[in-house]
Write a new protein. Structure first.
Length: 331
């Protein structure tokens, strides 16, 4: 709650107190006490409605800006999650402080100990990693290297950020997205553990790849060669191709295609815009080329969404994601 009696939303914006969209499942309730000392900053102290003494877990996704996480009273030891990064954090009961700029774009999702154990058995790598850090004081990060937001994760976050406070069906779809995010986060963490190449990259090299990604996704409608992109970030074509795949797990143009398709799907779902207009925005000269690329990526044509077959398609896709994620998480 803010000093004026407002509740912080998932994106860190203030609004009058309303029933949480996670109210059907208290295991995922997002509840904060907010203390604003500097009006340009937001400070959050964790507070829980139930009185159990279990640690809580939080998936933190930073789209814009950065978040600093520390034990209360120990600001100098804060850990940072920067733009386009995410991590799964374990917070000791009522001992965690988080700080961010009020203009930052961040989604945080609380998960109870019971909720996490429901999907991740004690033998799982995530549980094992947190157990190894039991002796550490203060908040614990699952991954020592913050993980990077992928187009798939960004697309889910975009849908979460515009979710309405609806009935039980909306709640089930919302929870399915949380489970899907957890599965993607766990999969990326497992991949990172075997990716020694990224750990060996110098900070400057990884920052150049982050720059390359930003340039790439802001030029979706404009042709950009690998040589030109490499020149813009101060490297050569060979290093760009090698380091980009190490950091993002995909080729430069493979990542761009994934981003385009996820953005196109979001436009089809949420905006009144024609397929021809979307194809132009995505850099295709002909709508048929876009349609073919869309079908190759998703397995169905974009006009099925525009033709009113969205509900069945999206529901089945999300239902399939729930089943796949449950099978993945219980392995």
């Amino acid at each position: 709650m803010t000093q004026s009696g407002e509740e912080l939303t998932l994106k860190g914006e203030s609004k009058p107190v309303l029933e949480s969209i996670f109210s059907y499942n208290k295991a995922m309730a997002v509840r904060y006490t907010v203390d604003i000392e500097d009006r340009s900053k937001v400070q959050i102290s964790m507070s829980y409605p139930d009185k159990n003494t279990f640690d809580t877990y939080q998936m933190i996704f930073v789209m814009k800006g950065e978040m600093h996480i520390s034990k209360n009273g120990e600001v100098l030891t804060a850990q940072k999650i920067s733009a386009q990064q995410h991590n799964l954090c374990r917070f000791p009961f009522k001992t965690t402080r988080m700080a961010m700029d009020i203009k930052d774009d961040i989604i945080s999702i609380n998960l109870s100990h019971d909720f996490l154990c429901r999907y991740l058995p004690a033998s799982h790598l995530v549980q094992h990693t947190f157990r190894k850090r039991d002796a550490e004081d203060g908040p614990k990060m699952l991954s020592e290297i913050n993980m990077l937001l992928t187009p798939e994760i960004n697309a889910i976050l975009q849908r979460l950020s515009v979710s309405s406070e609806g009935g039980l069906c909306d709640q089930l779809l919302l929870e399915s997205k949380v489970i899907e995010l957890l599965a993607l986060q766990v999969a990326q963490f497992e991949q990172l553990q075997s990716n020694t190449a990224r750990a060996q990259l110098k900070k400057g090299e990884e920052e150049r790849m982050q720059q390359a990604r930003e340039i790439l996704i802001h030029h979706t409608g404009e042709p950009l060669s690998l040589r030109a992109l490499a020149h813009l970030v101060g490297t050569n074509e060979f290093n760009l191709k090698r380091d980009f795949k190490v950091v993002f797990g995909n080729t430069v143009f493979g990542y761009l295609n994934q981003h385009k398709m996820e953005q196109a799907k979001a436009m089809l779902i949420e905006k009144h815009i024609s397929i021809a207009e979307i194809s132009l925005k995505m850099g295709y000269k002909h709508a048929t080329h876009f349609t073919n690329a869309f079908k190759k990526y998703f397995g169905y044509l974009p006009n099925k969404i525009k033709a009113g077959k969205l509900s069945l398609l999206i529901f089945w896709e999300e239902f399939s994601a729930i089943i796949e994620n449950l099978e993945f998480l219980m392995v």
